[in-house]
Design a protein around this ligand. Structure first.
Ligand code: SF4
Length: 264
């Protein structure tokens, strides 16, 4: 797929004209490792795209960082992948976790399975369990890479290979890859696959919010399957307008309850 804005300023100081839209995935990783060293990490939930990035990085360096998010609601198979990555690549995955007091306050106010009740509550849960802890972790970094592909959904169709997130560069080296290319790389290099793919999952997230997909369904149809519309958690896409304001209000209430509990 051709990126529609080839001249967009990626906001980085380019080194030897790297990276840019025509830069290959391994070249982007090589550039990031050289430019940022220990301030660069791959952020992954161990889906195939993230595993391809880990495998590519292992062919460039034996010293690179991998971070993941433990929301507290992950399927056991995802925890198994943390061990798999260590056994195959010798990398100790760094785990970002939500603020336990924030989670407690949210659950006390809205229940354990709040995400099934209302789209704004679902986004609140994603904000508390995913977005905020990952933002805290990413704040330590100069650059990070994710496995986004433009073909995954309409909301990802304009993902740039390089963009600025505050002072941090967000890299999507596989932005122009197809699902078949990911599968081909995985097979060719015997990259470990998340066990849930064998059970019909085509996109993998938290246990209660992800199901296997049926033949003919979109690959992200199993994410928040009870909802219509955008299948995103807020890590790579933000709600806007009224929805965003409602989530902000809900989050402030949770954070106020957390503060009140702390001083009680
Ligand atoms: S995917 Fe579900 S359980 Fe996980 S953070 Fe989002 S709403 Fe919460």
């Amino acid at each position: 797929m051709n990126y529609p804005y080839p001249d967009r300023d990626c906001g980085l100081t380019l080194v030897n004209n790297l990276p840019h839209e025509a830069t290959s995935a391994p070249e982007i990783l090589r550039w990031a490792l050289g430019e940022y060293g220990n301030q660069f990490a791959i952020s992954t939930s161990f889906q195939s795209e993230g595993m391809v990035l880990i495998d590519m990085a292992s062919r460039i360096s034996n010293d690179f960082r991998v971070i993941t998010l433990d929301t507290g609601r992950l399927p056991e198979e995802t925890h198994t992948m943390i061990e798999t990555v260590y056994n195959r690549y010798g990398v100790r995955v760094e785990i970002a976790a939500p603020d336990a007091n924030e989670v407690s306050a949210m659950v006390a106010q809205h229940g354990t399975n709040l995400f099934y009740h209302d789209a704004a509550l679902r986004m609140l849960c994603c904000r508390v369990r995913k977005v905020l802890p990952l933002e805290r972790k990413l704040g330590e970094l100069g650059a990070y890479a994710v496995g986004l592909r433009r073909a995954q959904s309409d909301s990802r169709s304009f993902v740039p290979k390089v963009e600025r997130k505050g002072t941090t560069a967000k890299l999507s080296p596989l932005a122009d890859w197809s699902k078949d290319e990911v599968e081909e790389y995985t097979a060719k290099h015997r990259v470990p696959r998340h066990p849930l793919y064998e059970r019909g999952f085509t996109s993998i997230g938290c246990g209660p919010c992800t199901r296997a997909t049926l033949s003919g369904e979109h690959e992200r149809a199993g994410r928040w399957w009870w909802e219509d519309g955008v299948k995103e958690c807020g890590l790579h896409y933000s709600a806007n307008g009224k929805a965003e304001r409602r989530i902000d209000v809900l989050l402030r209430e949770v954070q106020q309850a957390r503060s009140n509990a702390a001083v009680a």
